[in-house]
Design a protein around this ligand. Structure first.
Ligand code: NAD
Length: 449
């Protein structure tokens, strides 16, 4: 099948690369001409494990191409994946202007019937508005546009694995023909008929993904409801951590035991600096806003959001307790991305930490395996070090902000010899408090003594 992908960010490139690997012909476009030029030259504008290999092999096989001409991309595919950004407005509402812009382009540039797949995360009822816009702007009333909601559940850092081995593929449709087309598009994924770069084609046996056919409104709601629930879990774990500190318990012991109950599950119960990234903060806000517009009280989610915002302040209570005066001190910040294995810094708690350190007058030396180029443009006053040990040299404190394995595996004995003071404030609970103390460190983390 010939597919077009509009929006070459994390979701668009992963979707394009994986569906090309699965045998489809894919044409990608983006409003950012520089990004398209970079992709045409074989570059990859984002860091995501295995993505570079997949794009290179799809390109070599002639199954993926890029164009800055949206009209060309729209005309060349029978199926169009919309993967543009849906950032938050100041009031929390999702900004759908990019979706609206793309709808107009499709309506005016299409010369044949299209199946239009909304992969961007959008509030419920967007699909219906999208169809209305397509009809309103179309120059040819005889053209048929079918709209499908196909929310994406991939996680940055494991996006390729998630796309090839999804728990579920949700398709919100208005007719049986669209459901059948979606089954056809995803058949190679459902039947595992692709070369998996993650497992080198020896993928562990597992339950086949379920393809769930729903209404468009339900599909849109499923995405917001899922992300918001995970955000709730994280905030819940963080409140438990605060309680553990006051009462004298260990949050890791508590959440590990909680997670063994299959009704609860162990994931997303990690205490720390809280959630960030381009999904959870904005999706929680958009869901709260959506509920508000229809008069449904979502206080439980507002509380989760409030708890999350307070994590930085909770972290700085530890910083002040440990360092006393922050002004003039040299500190090492380990991690800038919003989580490990990505270069994405959008709504990253680590950047909030860095900004607060500057407000308090600290000198910041930072290290992150992939995110530094993106942060350099925003925060030129930070001293950047590819080698984390260089960031730690002469530091009076180390602040761990992102759970990269390279930080988890740091040799703290070696680091301690380089640092001006053996002090670690761990925003991701990466290390054993007992072990750190044994190495002579003053060690602070969340919810543990
Ligand atoms: N990043 C994730 O982990 C993730 C996971 C699931 C869903 N989502 C959702 O997918 C959507 C995209 O997220 P992302 O992280 O890939 O964003 P992104 O910012 O990385 O990518 C969006 C791309 O769309 C392009 N774009 C914007 N307006 C355009 C237009 N009018 N025409 C063509 N291109 C345009 C941008 O230039 C950019 O390259 C969002 O709605 C997001 O919530 C993201």
């Amino acid at each position: 099948m010939r597919l077009s992908v509009i929006g070459c960010g994390y979701v668009g490139l992963v979707t394009g690369a994986c569906l090309a690997e699965a045998g489809h012909e894919v044409v990608c476009t983006d409003i950012d001409k520089q990004r398209i030029a970079q992709l045409q030259e074989g570059g990859v504008p984002i860091y995501e494990r295995y993505l570079d290999k997949l794009l290179a092999s799809a390109r070599k096989a002639g199954r993926i191409s890029y164009t800055a001409d949206a009209g060309e991309a729209i005309r060349s595919g029978d199926v169009i994946f919309i993967c543009v950004g849906t950032p938050p407005k100041p009031n929390g509402e999702a900004d759908l202007s990019a979706i609206d812009h793309v709808a107009r382009q499709i309506a005016t540039e299409a010369r044949s019937a299209k199946l239009i797949i909304e992969k961007s995360t959008v509030p419920a009822r967007t699909g219906l508005e999208l169809r209305r816009a397509l009809t309103a702007y179309s120059r040819n009333s005889g053209l048929c546009f079918r709209v499908v909601s196909n929310p994406e559940f991939l996680r940055e850092g494991t996006a390729i694995e998630d796309f090839f081995h999804p728990d579920r593929i949700v398709v919100g449709v208005e007719d049986e023909a669209s459901a059948n087309d979606m089954r056809q598009i995803y058949r190679p994924i459902l039947e595992r008929a692709f070369h998996c770069p993650v497992h080198n084609s020896t993928c562990p046996p597992g339950n086949a993904a379920a393809l769930l056919v729903t209404t468009i409104n339900s599909a849109e709601l499923i995405k917001h409801a899922s992300n918001s629930f995970l955000a709730l879990k994280i905030s819940y774990a963080n409140v438990i951590a605060d309680l553990c500190e006051k009462i004298g318990a260990d949050v890791e012991e508590v959440t590990r035991a909680m997670g063994l109950d299959p009704r609860i599950g162990g994931q997303f119960l990690r205490a720390g600096l809280g959630f960030g990234g381009f999904c959870f903060p904005k999706d929680v806000q958009a869901f709260i806003h959506l509920a508000g517009t229809v008069g449904v009280d979502f206080d439980i989610l507002k509380a989760a959001e409030r708890v999350n915002k307070q994590r930085i302040e909770r972290f700085f209570e530890k910083v002040r307790q440990a360092l006393w005066v922050v002004k003039g001190k040299r500190v090492a910040v380990l991690g800038l991305a919003f989580k490990g294995n990505t270069d994405d810094i959008r709504f990253s708690p680590a950047l909030e930490v860095v900004k607060e350190l500057f407000r308090e007058g600290a000198q910041v030396h930072a290290s992150d395996p992939e995110a530094m180029p993106k942060v350099k443009a925003l925060l030129p006053e930070v001293h950047y070090h590819q080698d984390p040990y260089e960031a730690l040299r002469d530091a009076e404190a180390a602040m761990v902000c992102t759970e990269w394995d390279v930080f988890r595996d740091l040799d703290w004995e070696r680091a301690g010899k380089l640092m001006a003071r053996r002090l670690v404030i761990d925003g991701r609970n990466l290390y054993s408090p007992a072990r750190m103390r044994q190495l002579g460190f003053e060690y602070y983390s969340f919810g543990r003594e």
